[in-house]
Design a protein around this ligand. Structure first.
Ligand SMILES: C[S@@+](CC[C@H](N)C(=O)[O-])C[C@H]1O[C@@H](n2cnc3c(N)ncnc32)[C@H](O)[C@@H]1O
Length: 217
């Protein structure tokens, strides 16, 4: 369904790739390979143990079709969810219409590398599968941009495909290497949890993944 699309290397080319995936899927979320009906189980478990306190704000990085943003909102967070792809944002806004029991998610088009200053920082930041979707030249800045969005005392949840350090990889997505995760610590975060595991994804089985949790002092 998307094998013929050109991955691209620049921000504009990556945007064109994602726009094409969402446009081609045409409202069928089964055609968006990274999308699921609900947030990842590791994220849901963390949210169960850590519901929002005192109206805490959360940011969902590059939300895609919004299932993680909705899970954060169900846990009581006031959620801003952004994505570069306007089609994804429009779709996410209509995908979960009947959830009156929690704060509505604010879905908005934005670029990770140029987030509005007025958003400030967030008590909870959630990132799933964005870093791996960025080629090397773009992703170096992504770690800092994500870390900078975390408020002092706040938490970052990261969910990613991983691959061994030094391994070659010639097509998108480019799974994250363990040494790359150190960039979060270089950006001022402290790692408090990390687990590696195999998980099915799309048409492939047993794909190495990592779920990591960081706090900002
Ligand atoms: C693999 S998808 C993951 C979506 C979502 N986080 C999830 O877990 O389903 C990567 C997303 O990153 C978005 N994206 C890529 N570059 C971006 C950027 N610079 N700023 C914001 N979103 C971006 C794409 O449009 C796409 O929706």
């Amino acid at each position: 369904m998307i094998d013929d699309l050109i991955d691209g290397e620049t921000l504009e080319e990556r945007k064109a790739f994602f726009d094409a995936v969402y446009i081609r899927a045409d409202g069928d979320d089964n055609q968006v390979p990274w999308s699921g009906e609900d947030a990842k189980p590791e994220v849901l478990n963390w949210l169960e143990d850590n519901p929002a306190r005192n109206g805490a704000k959360a940011l969902d990085i590059a939300t895609g079709l919004g299932e993680h943003a909705q899970a954060l909102a169900r846990a009581g967070y006031k959620v801003t969810a952004f994505d570069l792809a306007d089609k994804a944002i429009a779709w996410a806004k209509t995908r979960f219409p009947n959830m009156p029991e929690h704060n509505p998610v604010t879905y908005v088009g934005a670029d990770l590398f140029n987030l509005p200053e007025e958003w400030g920082q967030f008590e909870l930041v959630h990132e799933c599968y964005t870093i791996q979707s960025l080629p090397d030249d773009l992703r170096i800045g992504a770690f800092k941009a994500i870390a900078d969005a975390v408020a002092s005392g706040g938490t970052l949840l990261v969910y990613a495909r991983i691959r061994p350090d030094g391994s070659d990889w010639d097509q998108a997505p480019w799974p994250v290497m363990p040494s790359e995760f150190l960039r979060f610590e270089e950006a001022g975060l402290i790692k408090v949890h990390e687990v590696d595991f195999l998980r099915d994804g799309g048409r492939r089985k047993d794909i190495p993944h990592r779920f990591a949790i960081y706090r900002k002092p």
